[in-house]
Write a protein that binds this ligand. Sequence first.
Ligand code: SAM
Length: 215
Amino acid sequence: MEIDFEKLRREMVESQIIRRGITDKKVIAAFLKVPREEFVPENLKESAYDDTPLPIGEGQTISQPYIVALMTESLKLKENERVLEVGTGSGYQSAILAEIGCEVYSIEKIASLAKKAEKTLKKLGYNVKIKIGDGTLGWEEFSPYDKIIVTAASPKIPKTLLSQLSKNEGKLIIPIGDRFSQDLILFIKRNEKIEKINLGGCQFVPLIGKEGWEE
Ligand code: SAM
């Protein structure tokens, strides 16, 4: 029997996103549009809209839909803003950002995942610039970024990323903690002042790199 992905998507948005308090209309519209089933392995398509992260190969995951929504909403995105993502993974978060109308740059450490994500995004018509490398060092060439989103867990805030963030209300969201559990921390940069807001607990795969965890 064919799976009605559109119906599953609508139900996911209603029960996992809206009911849990996400209100940003742009975020909700993007979640209703982006076909999450395209970003998961063939054998997991029927679980694409489940309330959970899913494996995408190489020991990595596509994050739980609600966490993607919460992190995206926290950035208070506007169209045409320049956004850097660290941890491309499947490319789903990049697609959400592109659907909102942002100019998206994304860095992935694992080449096979980066290539697969690039292919999926291109097939769906999303224009996202992807680089293979250590995202803890950011992507200097296109900095400063209005917003930065890190989708892997770090022991501390990578200083280089903070330096590549706009001084004009730049926002950076990142899970910070130990290898097993973290808090989602939102940093807001106003000139040289940094405000820090804790959005609560989460669990991410580790950010491995020069300014993250060691291999
Ligand atoms: N945003 C992704 C999505 O929508 O599918 C989910 C990302 S997954 C939870 C975390 C990703 O971060 C993994 O693909 C992992 O390889 C990547 N990663 C870990 N350390 C990294 C680093 N230093 N630079 C870039 N990517 C990194």
